[in-house]
Ligand binder design. Sequence first.
Ligand SMILES: [Zn+2]
Length: 100
Amino acid sequence: MWPTATQIFPFLPGRAPVEADRQQQTGPLPDDWHIRAGFVRERDGYYCRNCGAGGGPNGNAELHVDHQIPRSVGGGNEPENLRTLCRDCHEARHARLFAS
Ligand SMILES: [Zn+2]
């Protein structure tokens, strides 16, 4: 059997999701996620904790809230496990693009 194109070039658009993609998230976020995320952004001073890009009152970066220990391996939604990342850093971390 010859490998398929998506096995050789898994980065091609339209490839089937690999296991790592499916494990990015497990289940829906809690109902009060937006409250938790708002708290974390404020706690982190509206700066990306990876590259320091500013969002909110500090700049134009699109700030996401990231699970430091991924939910797929048991990380929780408590603030201690959450951190502010800019969109670029968050996408790089998960090797995928987020919808606007
Ligand atoms: Zn960043």
